[in-house]
Design a protein around this ligand. Structure first.
Ligand code: AMP
Ligand code: DBH
Length: 554
């Protein structure tokens, strides 16, 4: 096999490709333009060179300066011996280095994995293991957590990992390189096409481990360009980035990439508190911000308590990631003069937006309509039969920027996709006569904790490993701020030296934390039960458990 064939084979390993007839169609319709993310970035830089791309703390970076840094970091990576097809896990807070690392690694054909700051060693080592990542890039600390401890854990578990780059005090690891000392050489752009996988997004998923989502240059950039247009971003847009930069919403709906496409300025917030963010909005005359409902509720609370009504200052406030309660939507629009846009999306692909010229009622009560006329949407019953218009059912989708399979997950893919390539979103929705989607619930076994997704099975597996747990069931518990929190029902084993459930309660939380799962996966509440309720099929009846919680909260 030649070198080229070898790399080609490696690039497609574990990836489900789009069937040829769809490739042809998406190209013919102009959705897939054959542009790589590196070429896209170069175009942005050429168009907007002297404009400010990023504001991070006191640092203002123009597009040209960003390009220079990206180029130097790409040279550094190439000199370290990284090659096309190598993976890198990037786990950074909202700082400019995220974009340098992202664009530079893509430039040399590496495939970044978009880890979130909340992930811990269980998730990060899984990402490294799945992609055989050679490099992990993190910050020394963020929100009181020391990522070097996480790096040590991953190093001991992941044989593929060769280098860790730490921004800040690197301890025994490599410091982020002083880019001014890197020789300014021309990097040979990787020989990849726009059809190749550019990077891996992540999904909350609903089974064991978070799933890796392979996104190609072509499909991702289509969603970015189309989103920038729908959101009407331009050179005067000043977008505050509050949610984690790596999240699909933040990156592409329309997000930072949409913003760069339009030539606007990105203002990075290190943390999402109203104190920090309201000041940034005022200082930098921010026009756009994207929030999850829980954060929107927190900001409303701050305004109610006397903070300036920031919602009226902004041109657009996007809310997505979890169902925005109609009442909060109405409050934002009617009481706070907010120009609201609902966004219902998924890292697997499909994104829906309410449009600026939709009626107020549409914006309040729906999650918007699809980006593309070629986003195929089916609403089906339990037997995959399409339902009559207006009825609630399972949302299936296929389209020019929706994946055909998770990375290296053959078995899971058979369940998560239909045989003709529709992605089973796990969302229960209905569609209004004018094509807007209303999210009514979900059929996947997942908890949406203020936009952070918890696959219940992943946490249950960990809980079940505790010696005093006979079995466990994690279910959603209504919460007025986060929408949902998690409650673990535990059937427990009484032992001779029985610690009271109070102690066991604490032990179980510690147990989940020590297993290295993201902190948001630690159960918010634990209920001890003598036995579980069962369905007719003998499975734990989670519906009944959820109902108990709702009853208890009334
Ligand atoms: P993920 O697959 O992890 O990227 O998460 C995407 C999921 O988040 C969707 O399938 C929905 O369950 C949920 N989601 C995202 N946006 C919204 C929204 N605006 N309303 C309700 N649920 C949402
Ligand atoms: O929740 C999500 O994953 C999400 C929400 C809004 C998303 O991926 C997106 C927009 O692109």
């Amino acid at each position: 096999m030649s070198d080229h064939q070898f790399i080609e084979a490696k690039l497609w390993e574990g990836i489900v490709q789009y069937p040829p007839e769809f490739v042809e169609r998406y190209i013919a319709k102009g959705y897939w333009q054959g542009q790589t993310i590196s070429q896209f970035f170069d175009d942005c830089v050429q168009k907007y060179a002297t404009r400010t791309a990023i504001i991070c703390a006191d640092c203002h970076i123009t597009y040209a300066e960003l390009a220079q840094k990206v180029n130097l970091f790409a040279v550094y990576l190439a000199q370290k011996g990284y090659q096309t097809g190598d993976s890198v896990v990037i786990q950074l807070p909202n700082i400019a280095e995220f974009f340098i690392a992202y664009f530079a690694s893509i430039r040399i054909g590496m495939r970044p994995v978009m880890s979130l700051p909340a992930h811990r060693h269980a998730e990060v080592s899984h990402f490294i293991g799945q992609t055989e990542a050679r490099l992990y890039i993190c910050a020394e600390q963020h929100m009181g957590f020391d990522y070097r401890t996480l790096a040590r854990e991953c190093q001991s578990r992941c044989p593929s990992l060769q280098q860790v780059i730490v921004i800040g005090n690197a301890a025994e690891f490599d410091a982020w390189p002083e880019l001014s000392t890197v020789a300014n050489r021309y990097v040979i752009t990787a020989e990849i096409t726009a059809r190749h996988v550019a990077f891996f997004q992540l999904s909350g998923g609903s089974t064991g481990t978070p799933k890796l989502i392979p996104r190609t240059h072509d499909d991702y950039l289509y969603s970015v360009r189309a989103s920038a247009e729908i959101c009407q971003l331009d050179e005067n847009t000043r977008m505050l980035m509050v949610l984690p930069v790596a999240h699909n919403f933040s990156l592409s709906s329309a997000g930072s990439l949409g913003l760069f496409f339009a030539g606007g300025t990105l203002v990075l917030a290190r943390e999402p508190s109203p104190g920090t963010c309201f000041e940034l909005i005022q200082t930098h005359k921010v026009t756009h911000v994207a929030l999850v409902p829980a954060l929107a509720a927190k900001w409303v609370e701050a305004v109610q308590q006397g903070a300036r009504n920031i919602f009226a200052d902004l041109e657009v406030v996007q809310v997505g990631g979890a169902r925005l309660p109609d009442a909060l939507a109405r409050q934002l629009i009617e009481d706070y003069d907010c120009c609201l846009q609902q966004v219902f999306g998924m890292a697997e692909g499909l994104v829906n937006y309410t449009r600026y010229d939709d009626s107020v009622e549409t914006i309040i009560s729906t999650q918007g309509s699809r980006i593309s006329a070629d986003d195929e949407i089916k609403i089906v019953d339990d037997e995959d039969q399409e339902l009559p218009a207006g009825e609630t059912g399972h949302l299936l989708t296929r389209g020019p920027y929706t994946i055909r399979g998770y990375f290296k997950a053959e078995e899971h893919n058979r369940k998560a996709f239909t045989s003709d390539g529709f992605y089973r979103t796990g969302d229960l929705v209905r569609m209004t006569s004018d094509g807007n989607i209303i999210v009514e619930g979900r059929s996947k076994d997942q908890i949406n904790r203020g936009g952070e997704k918890i696959a219940t099975e992943e946490v249950e597996q960990v809980l079940n490993q505790h010696t005093q747990v006979i079995q466990s069931a994690l279910v959603a518990m209504p919460d007025h701020m986060l929408g949902e929190k998690s409650c673990a029902f535990i059937q427990w084993r009484r032992e001779a030296h029985d610690p009271a459930p109070v102690r066991l309660n604490m032990q179980l939380r510690q147990h989940v934390q020590q297993s290295g799962l993201a902190t948001f996966k630690i159960p918010d509440h634990i209920e001890f039960v003598e036995d579980m309720p069962y369905t007719a099929l003998g499975k734990i009846d989670k519906k009944e458990l959820r109902q108990r919680l709702i009853k208890a909260s009334n």
